[in-house]
Design a binder for this molecule. Structure first.
Ligand SMILES: Cc1cc2nc3c(=O)[nH]c(=O)nc-3n(C[C@H](O)[C@H](O)[C@H](O)COP(=O)(O)OP(=O)(O)OC[C@H]3O[C@@H](n4cnc5c(N)ncnc54)[C@H](O)[C@@H]3O)c2cc1C
Length: 266
């Protein structure tokens, strides 16, 4: 047994102050990653600071040319959001294929990207949509936020407050789900911006977590259609090999998922 103290702050400032007081503090959001990790004794925080009841961290809004999703908003709330459906339907589709109903009911967008699991869904959307991660200290661009397996640009005690997604001209997501865990064996999010730029991000594929796929981006920039990817070859270098699939299988999946994502985007 080890002792841990549970806190339920009502503001971001209070949460940050509590974090600083603890000897080994951890924020808690949906708990779908942190609680299993604590049960396995892979983490034994002195203080657990619950962000899920902080009102300023929950909500979804359309603001000018961006969809803003606050960090402690659950997947379930994103699924139900009329603003999200209208602004970026691909994001709502991503949530519909994430985990199972229990995970969607508790899990949060902030918890997902702070954890940065190499097979998680949201990092692909954040990178492909060129989103900005807002914290209690600064704004971080998607390309600077993810730093490899389970690593991000967040400093100790820094709290993600919201993610701002610029509205794309087109966006699509396609995922090959692991049938047991529901995590991505490989999934790809593609977007075309209003200025004609194209971004593609794959999750579940790279040994370094979420990755952009330049070969897909340049082919789609020249011709936004699934057929434009027919002759694209993705290198297997640096891709994951495990009992579920080899690196060359994942390389092929990146292309196939990208083609399906473009079809879905229209
Ligand atoms: C059975 C199962 C299936 C799953 N399937 C999928 C899947 O298909 N796709 C997928 O993407 N994920 C999947 N997940 C993971 C799920 O999405 C988790 O909920 C998510 O990874 C973490 O979100 P959370 O809100 O539960 O965070 P928590 O577990 O509460 O926290 C995770 C980490 O993030 C930190 N954190 C949380 N919020 C913040 C914040 N605002 N600022 C800074 N740090 C913060 C915490 O301190 C902790 O280190 C699955 C999980 C389970 C148990």
């Amino acid at each position: 047994m080890y002792q841990t103290t549970y806190h339920r702050p009502s503001s971001v400032d209070e949460a940050a102050a509590l974090f600083a007081k603890g000897s080994e503090s951890k924020y808690l959001a949906g708990g779908h990653t942190l609680i299993p990790v604590m049960k396995q004794r892979l983490a034994s925080p002195s203080d657990v600071i619950d962000l899920s009841k902080i009102k300023e961290l929950v909500g979804i809004a359309l603001s000018g040319d961006a969809l803003i999703i606050k960090a402690a908003t659950t997947y379930f709330d994103i699924l139900r959001s009329a603003d999200a459906k209208k602004a970026i339907p691909a994001l709502v589709h991503l949530v519909s294929v994430l985990g199972d109903p229990q995970v969607r009911y508790r899990g949060t967008i902030g918890g997902s990207i702070a954890n940065n699991d190499p097979a998680a869904d949201f990092p692909a959307a954040v990178v492909a949509l060129d989103a900005t991660v807002k914290t209690n200290k600064r704004s971080i661009s998607a390309d600077d936020f993810f730093k490899g397996l389970f690593a991000t640009a967040l400093e100790d005690g820094e709290i993600i407050t919201a993610i701002s997604f610029p509205l794309p001209a087109k966006a699509g997501y396609s995922k090959m789900r692991h049938p047991a865990s529901r995590f991505a064996l490989t999934a790809v999010f593609v977007t075309k911006t209003k200025s004609g730029d194209v971004r593609a991000a794959a999750t579940g594929a790279s040994q370094n977590g979420v990755m952009r796929v330049p070969a897909i981006e340049s082919a789609l920039k020249a011709n936004w259609s699934p057929g434009a990817l027919d002759n694209v070859r993705i290198s297997a270098d640096g891709l994951l090999t495990d009992i579920h699939g080899s690196s060359s299988y994942r390389a092929n999946l990146i292309k196939v998922m990208a083609q399906r994502a473009v079809t879905a985007a229209g």
